[in-house]
Design a protein around this ligand. Structure first.
Ligand code: ADP
Ligand code: MG
Length: 708
């Protein structure tokens, strides 16, 4: 855990500019700056992205398939040709060190320069992934260099760093080597790293001292030591995160006073019986958890997650009913006007005896005044609205329960906003983006979580197909048939504008696709465009017309992702599907099939057939069911990492530099959690001297996430 101070008064060599390190000139310092490396300390925290194990060279004849390996070889014939798909292919025969042919080859796509770098008969070091090619083994896209080149420290595990253009790998490695190992008459600066971890924690968890861990992470002396070193750094990172979130949660719970909201069982049973359907077991459990929370004077901070269509609204509605019963007020905030309107309608249906106000920017002035009055006087119990609810000067008489629909990413900030208004309501955030368990045990740890997994009975499966764009000439006429049958369709594109990214001109854009479809394959249908850069009013208008059946086909970006309900929409075509996360595709797919009619999703991608990720969208569990949102989210986390779930930086979720949330050792997490709880139990504000550096690291973390 870096403890950064302003470099004006250097306390240690770590605060010195990188150029203070032998071998780093002004030119290099500039390059390093691009990697945000300014001080020697920054340099130390530029951790290897991976390692190459050059400590073992394998004889060519002993290579194994599907492993990263290194070998020394003599280069045989090198050939170049174009493949059927037009790619430049370079292939080299690899010979034994004594020059005997082995059948092993190396191949590179699109790296014409390889032929200029090495020559036939040269002794080379080659390193990379080996796979079968017909009946022989082949290095694919390997790294290759003359065996007599000294750039790489052979005979050990070699760190590989993230670079920037112009920065040479060998140089960066040498500088780090100096920082870690020192030089003639120089003690290594790594020894100056301040260890923030209290020594009792370090001993209890058998962790390496920080300087030692840092040295091993850069230049591991063995796999085992590297593992121990990474574990130590990961421990620190997780601990600071857990402390930060734990502290936030503790403060939220300690300083805040909420109104206890209760309703007796008999009345509650009557409301539940009056619902137009029976609750699923998951809905009942989630509701019981919420009910227990809001009965306390400690404000609830809970995330309700559940598949699209799993029925989160009714659970929220019952909680709101309890608030009203307790003589308090409840609000439900939705991300769009249309959704707010839909919620108001459902709440009126679900809670026929409660008055529900709707407050959006379209609310007529007189009505608006009435609602504001009644909220201020406490006559109105439930209000549904958009952002306007927290952002404007809406005064509540007794707001006791605030629900934020489909916006887990912004929950933190809204909580702060409510807080600033002097209100400590119970807070319920709902989301249809399932958050894998490791994430809510870490980055969402300041929230309690309820999950609805089971869908209401009778919900039909959405027939999903993954196709390449070659199938589109058949998709569009079929889509016309669906429209002719009175149904509606979404066509979703990964981007708004064709000119958005000149490097990837082939990515479908909503603007171009809408134009093409309207004038081409879907001519004559009522096609409309919807994207996030349109003014909110216009967007709402388009959505409203689509919901009213005045538009047949909506070409859109993911703005339609949020919980909109158009039961007549039965077709979802997603173009450039590989650009979306699985959880997101699942969400999109959930936009159709909300009614009685059979629904379809067509995921179009040039990677169809090759993409393991997209295949998950049609995969089935052993008992024949499609993967649900939770399973898809977990899969996505494993394949693509946590970015998708964490959203942007500003979302208030700190980024992690060492810990891979997609691949987190549950034992490490348990150890860290126990230590964080132990520390906070006796020193919530981290005021003890032995926690001073931890406190500083926590502050630095909040600064980095811009949420101080
Ligand atoms: P989401 O979790 O996506 O917000 P909603 O709350 O909008 O889902 O519910 C989707 C639909 O399912 C609504 O029309 C709702 O009335 C219906 N529904 C909710 N719970 C049940 C249930 N237990 N049985 C049958 N239908 C239900
Ligand atoms: Mg919803």
């Amino acid at each position: 855990m870096t403890v950064r101070t302003t470099p004006s008064a250097p306390r240690t060599s770590l605060d010195l500019p990188v150029s203070a390190l032998p071998g780093v000139g002004a030119e290099s310092a500039k390059l390093l700056e691009r990697l945000e490396i300014r001080t020697i300390g920054d340099l130390l925290w530029h951790l290897p992205a991976r390692y190459i194990d050059y400590s073992t060279f394998r004889p060519l004849r002993a290579l194994r398939a599907d492993e990263e390996q290194s070998a020394i070889a003599i280069l045989g014939a090198i050939s170049q040709r174009r493949t059927a798909r037009g790619q430049q292919l370079t292939e080299a025969q690899l010979l034994d060190e004594d020059g005997a042919p082995t059948g092993v080859t190396a191949s590179w796509f699109g790296r014409q320069f390889i032929k200029e770098r090495v020559r036939e008969g040269q002794r080379v070091r080659i390193s990379g992934k080996v796979g079968w090619f017909g009946r022989t083994l082949q290095f694919r896209q390997p790294k290759i260099e003359p065996a007599d080149a000294q750039a790489v420290h052979t005979g050990r595990m070699v760190p590989v760093y993230r670079l920037t253009e112009g920065l040479k790998e060998g140089n960066l490695r040498r500088w780090l080597h100096t920082a870690v190992e020192g030089g003639p008459r120089r003690t290594p600066v790594v020894r100056e790293l301040a260890d923030a971890l209290p020594s009792d924690v370090r001993e209890r968890r058998e962790l390496l001292p920080l300087p030692e861990a840092m040295a091993e992470v850069h230049f591991p002396s063995s796999e085992g030591r590297l593992f121990a070193a990474r574990r130590r750094l990961a421990f620190d990172e997780l601990l600071v995160l857990q402390l930060a979130l734990g502290q936030r949660r503790a403060h939220w719970k300690k300083d805040a006073k909420a109104l206890p909201l209760r309703a007796d069982d008999r009345r509650l049973d009557a409301w539940i019986r009056a619902l137009p359907f029976t609750l699923t077991a998951d809905q009942e459990r989630a509701f019981a958890e919420i009910r227990a929370d809001i009965a306390k004077a400690v404000p609830m901070a809970r995330l309700l997650q559940g598949e699209v269509g799993s029925g989160k609204t009714v659970v929220a509605a019952l909680a709101m009913r309890i608030a009203v019963e307790s003589g308090a007020q409840a609000s439900l905030m939705a991300p769009t006007e249309l959704l707010a309107e839909q919620h108001a309608t459902s709440l009126r249906r679900l809670l026929p005896d409660a008055e529900v106000g709707l407050l959006t920017s379209s609310t007529p002035a007189a009505e608006r005044r009435r609602i504001l009055d009644e909220l201020a006087s406490g006559r109105l119990g439930i209000v549904v609205g958009t952002h306007a609810l927290v952002e404007e000067r809406v005064a509540f008489e007794r707001l006791a329960l605030a629900i934020v629909d489909e916006q887990h990413r912004f929950g933190v900030r809204q909580r702060t906003t409510l807080r600033e208004k002097g209100i400590d309501p119970h807070l319920l955030l709902t989301t249809a983006t399932p958050i894998p368990q490791t994430l809510w045990q870490t980055v969402y740890r300041d929230l309690d979580v309820s999950a609805i997994r089971e869908l209401p009975r009778g919900r039909q499966e959405i027939r999903t197909e993954v196709r390449t764009s070659a199938a589109l000439p058949k998709v569009w006429p079929w889509l016309r048939e669906r429209v002719a049958a009175g149904e509606q369709a979404f066509v979703v594109c990964p981007r708004i504008d064709p000119g958005e990214d000149p490097d990837a001109p082939d990515v479908p854009s909503a603007v171009a696709v809408e134009r093409e479809l309207r004038t081409g394959p879907l001519a004559g249908l009522r096609v409309a465009l919807l994207h996030g850069r349109m003014p909110a009013k216009e967007r709402d208008d388009v959505m409203r017309r689509f919901a009213a059946g005045e538009i047949d086909v909506l070409v859109a970006t993911t703005v339609i992702e949020v919980g909109i309900d158009v039961p007549n929409a039965t077709v979802m075509v997603v173009l450039g599907a590989e650009r979306f996360g699985l959880a997101q595709l699942h969400q999109l797919r959930g936009r159709v099939g909300r009614g009685e009619k059979r629904a379809f999703a067509v995921l179009v991608s040039e990677a169809a057939g090759e993409s393991e990720r997209l295949a998950a969208m049609t995969e089935r569990t052993p008992d024949g069911a499609p993967l649900d949102g939770f399973a898809l989210a977990q899969r996505d986390l494993e394949i693509r990492g946590p970015g998708e779930f964490l959203g942007e930086r500003q979302s208030g979720v700190p980024e992690l530099r060492i810990v891979d949330l997609a691949d987190l050792d549950p034992r490490l997490l348990a150890d860290v959690t126990a230590e964080a709880d132990r520390i906070l139990a006796t020193d919530t504000d981290l005021e003890r001297p032995e926690h001073a550096l931890l406190a500083e690291a926590v502050r630095a973390l909040w600064r980095r996430t811009a949420l101080a």
